[in-house]
Design a protein around this ligand. Sequence first.
Ligand SMILES: Cc1ncc(COP(=O)(O)O)c(C=O)c1O
Length: 374
Amino acid sequence: MIIPVSRPHIGAAEITFVNEALQAGAISGLYGTFLDRFETEFAEFCGSKYAVTVSNGTTALHLALAAAGVGKDDEVLVATTTNMASFFAVLYLGAKPVPVDISRPTLTMDPEDLARKISPRSRAIMVVHLFGQPTDMDPINELARQHNLVVIEDCAEAHGAVYKGRTVGSIGHIGCFSFFANKIVTTGEGGMLTTDDPVIAEKARSLKALAFGKRNKFMHTDIGFNYRMTNVQAAIGCGQMSVIDWLVERRREIGRYYSSRLSAYSDYLDLPVELPGTKNVIWMYHLVLKGILDDKRSAIMAALQERGIETREGFIPYNLQDIFVERGWTAPEECPVANQVAFSSFYLPTSPVMTDEELEYVATNFISILDAMI
Ligand SMILES: Cc1ncc(COP(=O)(O)O)c(C=O)c1O
């Protein structure tokens, strides 16, 4: 049996809608009914007033920062453990990312470290709802209010996650989503920006499409980008929205299954958690090895691979990335908690289309590998 770490669900609705888009000749990012429809349905799903389709999650983050007015020499406080796209987006603008440590067990931004790192140059905060786990937003929004900072939620991995009754993407000022093939909602490549602020929404809409003029299209109003999603991608997105509750619930079910099989190994594994008042949507079943298994990640991943089970390492935080440390932009000791898990975490196959038999195969083989090592 070969079990990839991720596989997308592509159902009948996605195929029907893509055919409709193709037959209508509506294939670009400027025309077609699926673009508006996807935005409307996604905004409603998040509980946001506005949603703006974009070409991917990285461009959503870049656009969000640009629309919020972040510029050269501004500081943006970013959760250090993330896909480096979060940091790249800040760097595209000539702004300075400041890595903020994470807290355990959620592995999301630590509000106390955030408070320590806010400076007079701070302009925005970027939280990352990592692996489907919502960040503790109340203290972060409060700090943002006190210091007049924009809060951007990187929701690339957390479609549908809930914090105290609010869906991610609607808790800060701007939410940014990825629809890459392995994400909870996919359009192949794609992204979305969500906000309740009409000015930000309008600015993002203009900037993502070359900032064409209103009266004379070719008298541009700003230095725009082409970050458009196509109507064909949006057609896939509308198909996904027709089964969104299942897409989220199936991942949570997978999480519950893995946890039920692995809970006896709590001396060796930190499993995903779901704190009271939150909903963790388990983008990937990510675990941290500890105790005598702390330095056994490579051996465990190799043993799983031998049995046809693909896994992936956890993210290496910004403060440990050679390209940034070598330039003197950060230093390893800036985020000690992130460093504790940087080389001892990985994730198991997690996708909605996994069968119960495949799940059983992964859990049983993982347990037999663990039993041989402890
Ligand atoms: C946390 C996070 N932010 C941003 C991105 C970038 O999204 P994309 O690959 O769609 O550009 C990803 C995933 O790829 C991610 O996991």
